[in-house]
Design a binder for this molecule. Sequence first.
Ligand code: NAD
Length: 499
Amino acid sequence: MNALDSLKSVGFDLANLRDGTVVSRSPIDGAVLGYLVANDRAGYDQTVDQAVAAFQQWRRVPAPRRGELVRLFGEAVRRHKPALAELITLEVGKITSEAAGEVQEVIDICDFAVGLSRQLYGLTIASERPGHHMQERWHPLGPVGIITAFNFPMAVWSWNAALALICGNSVLWKPSEKTPMTARALAALLDDVIRTFPEAPAQLSSVLQGGREVGEWLATDARLPLVSATGSTRMGRDVAVKVAGRFGRSLLELGGNNAMIVAPTAHEDLAVRAITFAAAGTAGQRCTTARRLYIHSSRYETIVARLKRAYATLPVGDPRAAGTLVGPLIDVAAFDGMQAALEGARRAGGHVHGGERVDIAGLAGHYVRPALVELPAPCEISDRETFAPILYIFRYDRIEDAINGNNAVMQGLSSSLITRDLMESELFLSAEGSDCGIANINIGPSGAEIGGAFGGEKETGGGRESGSDAWKAYMRRQTQTVNYSGTLPLAQGVKFDVE
Ligand code: NAD
């Protein structure tokens, strides 16, 4: 039996998905996986109206019961983990273990959200007026629009949806047009749970298939108090302006250009493994991928030589095959973008190792050898995010200069320092250190756990998702004052006596 067959029990069968204009194409070999129908404007409007009605019902359900729905969904994802992982591999080209890791993230955020459903704590606040008490409560917000990128086609939606649902909201998902099938399958699992959950309205969760215009509808739609958008900085700039224009809230998770610093005391084996996974893993298609590497002069030659050896033998190929570590790029545009960036780096004086096309027998996808680029200094090319496996390498002498280099780009997502020097480590983590949303010591910048708040500063958008108190973005805060005194003392000693 094919792993995907398990999803037939919830009505997902690729063989039946043959109509529509949204095409799902596998980056492994270019084969069409299936077609889905795009939402037109009228269908979109009806779906949002239904999501508003679903919210009005769901917000009345006690939060721990809402958590129970998410617990059941997490259980369903556990049961179908191999099928969901296979679909990610087919539609995005992730190697099997990374695809399974992404499904595990969905399970982890569900577990986290279930516990959180009993911990949506407010505050009590001392009142200056006698016989009064003040408190802060968190209420459900409304239908939440979720726009996602191709490279984490399940995890990012689940970070948003699991929290939004326990917070009492309905959810509308606009997946990447490159990954419509993973969205369809995951949503089918949630729909199946919703169908048998007595308090859950049918339209609690919906998927809106289509291109960027569907994302634009969400951004301008005043029925949605929150739009969470994950993708390129270009997209985020557009969404942010549109949502702000109607005084909505946006939660933005945009591009990264993450640096690693290798210090004089770095553990060499650990450094080489951490760099290689962070820079070449997922074929360089993570927002947290390591794209810039600062190596201390005293370690430069040795580390670069080891990286070149590791890169030359990295198994590139069919992501379904055991042993493959680097699968295909998502499409020809990604391949062209990578080649253009390498050409630009050469023009800037860079010395390029790797980066060429790798032909895989019988597979028409875009496979590349990850590239190392030794650059004399940062340049326009290394300052921007190219969504491909390119690692720009610089030399440094003073830790302050490496930290300045880490911070000297417009993106501010993730960062890492490989060191055994406590002073350097503390400096990197201090107010004068990394300016990113994520700062790691002795691990690479990628591979976050769901317990921490995830997101970045500057052009990465400023949003925080997943763990810690990220749930607050999905609720509205209300300050409440109750007078039980029988008189009416006014705040700040104001007198306003009437007969
Ligand atoms: P993309 O910006 O091309 O598309 C992302 C989503 O936005 C898609 O669903 C797309 O249809 C939609 N979209 C595009 N333009 C829009 C617009 N003007 N208005 C509304 N919606 C619009 O990104 P991509 O190529 O799918 O993904 C790669 C990018 O995503 C990289 O920059 C990567 O760093 C970023 N990313 C960031 C995070 C994070 O958490 N910070 C996570 C994953 C990916």
